[in-house]
Structure formats: structure tokens, C-alpha cells
Design a protein around this ligand. Structure first.
Ligand SMILES: Nc1ncnc2c1ncn2[C@@H]1O[C@H](COP(=O)(O)OP(=O)(O)OP(=O)(O)O)[C@@H](O)[C@H]1O
Ligand SMILES: [Mg+2]
Length: 359
């Protein structure tokens, strides 16, 4: 278990600037998840923590010790890759034992650690197998086992489950959650999967183009996004945005008329004073917050309905053609028909259209 701190981290590859000043504190035992669009720098950050990539500027500290320029092996950090990266010619036992052997550990200690990891991961019957004779999920478990035997201060995972089929992902996700509970370890985990991020994380770090947009508990990011990027990124299906203009002001709230819906106006609470008359804004509404009873009524055309069994989503368009995704719930929505959908201002978010920041 260890505390990690990243201070003002920058990274360039030649002339290409990739990370533009990242500050992050990870508490001991915390499960931190990095999310963000492809290419935003998640793997690069993880590799810099592991020492597999040099840091262009800034510092990496583990348990108060500056490891910015330390060798990977001196950091007490292990990394599990999407590609597993197992040694194909070694069996499961030797794959897990390899790093301990290289470090000159005693055979009895190696054996105890490998068997304990195999027990934790349900691999004890597979120790003699070579990787090619294992399923994807079993291979991924061996890769995790290789981390466990090293008893790292910090576990790093770079999209460890993305090569697995849906069912196995769910199973492995639960196993990683259990592992975190049992080992009480500090873990940093990169994923593209909303469900993994929401369920595994103590805190989610939302990255965008080499910068942190927001850090917070999953529920906080869902209920209180700082900006449109986070609003759109956390939640599935994504948050909808309806363009509007501030047409009235009073203390603590503004009246917003919705540009694409003639005569429809919303009284929105505001947290900042800069929502002045005439400000172009975006109202963010999550698909699950539309209902038959919502007070703000929008007349829309239903284009498609997707039925997922437990729920269904309607893809609708407003009078100006802008599209919205709506969880059908108690709404009447048949493809090709006109519908009236509603939402309440209390569930909606107010953003500045230009800066994307919450107002
Ligand atoms: N060795 C390298 N040389 C030059 N550019 C690199 C190198 N490694 C990464 N990059 C660039 O740095 C940026 C961040 O890459 P990184 O792999 O960290 O993204 P990521 O967030 O992990 O993306 P993904 O979700 O696709 O894995 C990308 O634009 C990538 O092209
Ligand atoms: Mg990556």
C-alpha cells in the first residue's frame, strides 16, 4: 500500500507535447481509474508512474520518496498490460515466478508466493500449462498473478480486460474488485468501459488531451460535472445538450429560452455570476431524466427506438433537427410518431456554450 503524488507532470515525445501539467494525489489503498478519449495520455501517464517512460518535467513521488528518475524495478510498482505480455515458452508457474527468480529470491519463498497468488486467482490447477493452452481470461489472470507475487506498493492496470468477451469481463471485474478488497492495495486502472470505471473506482480521473478535466467519486462526476466534457463522458448513453439563451435573471437563477423549441423556457439554478443576459448556454439533460411527468415539455419526432429488454431508448429530434437520446420509461414513444417528452430543471445542468464550464 502506498501513496502516490504526481506534481506538474509534462511529457513530450520529440516535438509532440502529450501531457500538459498533471497534478494528482492518490491516497494509500485507493482505487483510482483513468478515463478519457483515445490518445489523451492515459497509458503515457501510467508508464511514467511505472518508470517505463521518462518524465519531461515534474515529479513522481511514492510514499514521500521522489522516484521521478528511479528505475522501474526500484519503484515497487507493477503494471498489467492489455496484451498480457506473458512469456510463451514458460508455463504458468514460471511466468509468475520469473521476476522473483531474477531478483534472487529463495526458491521456498518463490514457491509460497506463486502458490498463494495461484490460490487467489484460481490458477492452482493450471500451473503446468503454457500460455497458448489458456483462455484469454486465464492468461489475464496469470498476468495479474505476476503482479501479485511481487507484492507491489502500487498496482497499475492498462485496460486489462479489453480483450475479453463480455461475460468474462464481468467476472474479471468482480475479481479485480475482490483483489483490491483483499490486498487493500493502491491500484490505478485505465479503462474505456463506463461500467468498470463506475463500479471499480473510489475516484475517477477524467483526462482530455493531456490534462485532467475533473477528479472525483463516480457519483460526484455523474451528479456534479464541472464542464460539458465530463458531463458527456460520464454516463451512458451520453448526456444530451440543448442550446439556449439567458433571457432573464434573478438571484441564484436564470431563465433560459431553448433556441430550438419555440416558446420553451427553463428556470435554471446557477452557481456562478457569469450567466448574464444574452449568454449562450447549453442545458445538459441525461437520457434517464426525461419522463412523461417532467414539467419542461419538448415536442419531438421519434426516429428510432432501441429495446434492450430491461429498458429502451428513443432517438428523437427537435423542431430544428437536433437529436436527443431519451430513455423511454413511462413515455409513449413509437418510431415515426410525434411525442411530448418532459424533464425537470432540477435534473438538468447549465453550461456556458463557449467555454463548456458549468454556470
Ligand atoms: N513513443 C511515442 N512517440 C510519439 N508519440 C507517442 C508515443 N507514445 C504515445 N504517443 C502519443 O501520445 C499520445 C497519448 O498516447 P497514449 O498511449 O498515452 O494515449 P491513451 O490515452 O492511452 O490512448 P488509448 O485509449 O488509445 O490507449 C497519443 O497522441 C500518442 O500518439
Ligand atoms: Mg492507452
Amino acid at each position: 500500500m502506498a501513496q502516490l503524488s504526481l506534481k506538474d507532470i509534462y511529457k513530450s515525445f520529440g516535438d509532440t507535447k502529450v501531457i500538459h501539467g498533471v497534478d494528482l494525489e492518490v491516497a494509500s489503498g485507493e482505487f483510482t481509474v483513468f478515463v478519457g478519449p483515445s490518445g489523451c495520455g492515459k497509458s503515457t501517464l501510467l508508464r511514467m508512474i511505472a518508470g517505463l517512460e521518462s518524465v519531461s518535467a515534474g515529479s513522481v513521488t511514492i510514499d514521500g520518496q521522489d522516484v521521478t528518475h528511479a528505475e522501474p524495478s526500484e519503484r515497487g510498482v507493477t503494471m498489467v498490460f492489455q496484451s498480457y505480455a506473458l512469456y510463451p515458452h514458460m508455463n504458468v508457474y514460471d511466468n509468475m515466478a520469473f521476476s522473483l527468480k531474477m531478483n534472487g529470491a529463495k526458491p521456498a519463498d518463490i514457491d509460497a508466493k506463486v502458490r498463494k497468488a495461484a490460490d487467489i486467482l484460481g490458477l492452482h490447477n493450471l500451473l503446468e500449462r503454457k500460455p497458448k493452452a489458456l483462455s484469454g481470461g486465464q492468461r489475464q489472470r496469470v498476468a495479474i498473478g505476476r503482479s501479485i507475487v511481487r507484492e507491489p506498493k502500487i498496482f497499475l492496470f492498462d485496460e486489462p480486460l479489453s480483450n475479453l468477451d463480455a461475460e468474462l469481463r464481468v467476472q474479471m471485474r468482480l475479481e479485480i474488485a475482490r483483489l483490491h478488497q483483499d490486498l487493500d492495495a493502491t491500484m490505478i486502472y485505465v479503462t474505456h468501459d463506463q461500467v468498470e470505471a463506475m463500479t471499480l473506482a473510489d475516484r475517477i480521473v477524467v483526462l482530455n488531451a493531456g490534462l485532467i478535466e475533473q477528479v472525483g467519486a463516480p457519483q460526484t462526476l455523474y451528479e456534479d460535472p464541472d464542464n460539458m466534457f465530463v458531463g458527456r463522458f460520464i454516463g451512458s448513453p451520453k448526456m444530451n445538450f440543448v442550446a439556449g439563451t439567458v433571457t432573464g435573471q434573478s438571484k441564484g437563477s436564470v431563465d433560459v429560452s431553448l433556441d430550438g423549441y419555440d416558446g420553451v423556457s427553463v428556470k435554471m439554478k446557477r452557481g456562478r455570476p457569469d450567466a448574464t443576459l444574452g449568454t449562450k448556454v447549453m442545458i445538459g439533460i441525461r437520457p434517464e431524466h426525461f419522463s412523461a411527468k417532467g414539467k419542461i415539455r419538448l415536442g419531438v419526432k421519434v426516429n428510432f427506438v432501441e429495446n434492450l429488454g430491461s429498458t429502451s431508448f428513443a432517438y428523437v429530434s427537435g423542431p430544428d433537427g437536433t437529436e436527443l437520446t431519451v430513455e423511454v420509461g413511462d413515455l409513449a414513444a413509437a418510431a415515426g410518431s410525434e411525442a411530448s417528452i418532459g424533464f425537470d430543471a432540477a435534473n438538468a445542468f447549465l453550461f456556458d456554450a463557449e467555454s463548456g464550464m458549468r454556470l
